[in-house]
Design a protein around this ligand. Structure first.
Ligand SMILES: Nc1ncnc2c1ncn2[C@@H]1O[C@H](COP(=O)(O)OP(=O)(O)OP(=O)(O)O)[C@@H](O)[C@H]1O
Length: 248
C-alpha cells in the first residue's frame, strides 16, 4: 500500500512527557555565535529559537550548515574556531557533551539499525529514566500508533517503505524526549508527495511538543513549509525568490 494514504494518528506516546526535563522552556539561544574556518567566517548567528518555532538556515553546499549543527550538538570538528554561546532553556551548553545536551537530530538518512527490529530501534532511544519493560513497550507501541504504524514493532526495518522508515526515524528521535530538535535536510531523499506528508508530520510535532527547532536545508520549499524565519548561516534574511528563480 502507498504510504501517503497512511495518515499518521495524532495520539501521543503516553510515556513520553514534555516535562521530562523540568524547567522553563525558553528556547534555543544562539548568542553571538560565530564559527570560523581560518580567516573565513562561516556562521554568524545571534538569535533565539522560541519553543515550537522552526528557524530555517538555508545556504548552498559548503556554506556552513553542517558546521552549525555540529557546534550546537557539541561535536565541532577541530578545524573550526568558535565564540559565543549556545543556550537551551537558559542553560549554557558550553563544555557539555552531545548526550548531555538532549538535542534530537533528524537526518536525510534515517540511520535505523538494520540488525534490530523496528520496536528495538525505537526502544533504544527511550530515556534510561523510563523504567520497566511494560512501560517501555507501551511507549514504543504508542509511538508506532502515532506514526500510523500500529503492530509494526516486530518488523525488520529492511521491509519498510521509505516513508515508513522516515516515520520510524522521526518517532525514534522524539522518543528520546529531546529539548530541542535539529533537522538536517530530513526530507531530501523523499519523493514530492511523501515529502509533503513528512513535512506536515514533522512540523506538526514540533509545534505540538513546543520544540525549538533548527532546520538546515538548501531547499527553499522545505524552508518555506517550515513557516518560520529563513536566514543564511551568516544571519542574513533569505529573500523570497523572484518569479521563475528557483533560489539557491
Ligand atoms: N572537518 C573539517 N575540517 C576542515 N574543513 C571542513 C571540515 N568539515 C567541513 N569543512 C569545510 O567547512 C566548510 C563548511 O562545510 P559544511 O559541511 O558545514 O557545509 P554545508 O553547508 O553543510 O554543505 P552541504 O550542504 O554540502 O552539506 C566547507 O568549506 C567545508 O569544506
Amino acid at each position: 500500500m502507498n504510504d501517503i494514504t497512511d495518515t499518521p494518528r495524532t495520539a501521543r506516546p503516553a510515556a513520553v512527557s514534555d516535562d521530562a526535563h523540568a524547567g522553563p522552556c525558553t528556547g534555543l539561544h544562539l548568542d553571538a555565535l560565530r564559527i570560523r574556518l581560518g580567516a573565513t567566517t562561516l556562521v554568524a548567528l545571534d538569535t533565539l529559537i522560541a519553543p515550537g518555532e522552526v528557524l530555517s538556515v538555508m545556504g548552498p553546499s559548503g556554506s556552513g550548515k553542517s558546521t552549525l549543527l555540529n557546534q550546537i550538538i557539541g561535536a565541532p570538528a577541530p578545524a573550526f574556531q568558535s565564540d559565543g554561546q549556545v543556550r537551551l532553556d537558559g542553560q549554557d551548553l558550553t563544555g557539555m557533551g552531545p548526550q548531555a545536551r538532549h538535542i534530537g537530530l533528524l537526518f536525510q538518512d534515517d540511520l535505523l539499525f538494520p540488525h534490530m527490529s523496528v520496536g528495538s530501534n525505537l526502544a533504544f532511544a527511550l530515556p534510561a529514566g523510563l523504567r520497566g519493560r511494560r512501560a517501555r513497550r507501551a511507549a514504543v507501541e504508542a509511538a508506532l500508533a502515532e506514526a500510523g504504524m500500529p503492530g509494526y514493532a516486530d518488523r525488520d526495518p529492511a521491509t519498510l517503505s521509505g516513508g515508513q522508515r522516515s516515520r520510524v526515524a522521526l518517532m525514534r528521535t522524539l522518543l528520546s524526549a529531546p529539548r530541542a530538535l535539529l533537522l538536517d535536510e530530513p526530507f531530501s531523499r523523499l519523493d514530492a508527495d511523501l515529502r509533503r506528508t513528512m513535512r506536515d508530520l514533522v512540523f506538526g510535532e514540533v509545534r505540538r511538543r513546543r520544540l525549538p527547532t533548527l532546520l538546515v536545508t538548501h531547499d527553499r520549499e522545505d524552508a518555506q513549509a517550515a513557516g518560520g524565519r529563513i536566514l543564511d548561516p551568516l544571519g542574513r534574511p533569505v529573500a523570497p525568490p523572484a518569479d521563475g528563480d528557483p533560489g539557491p
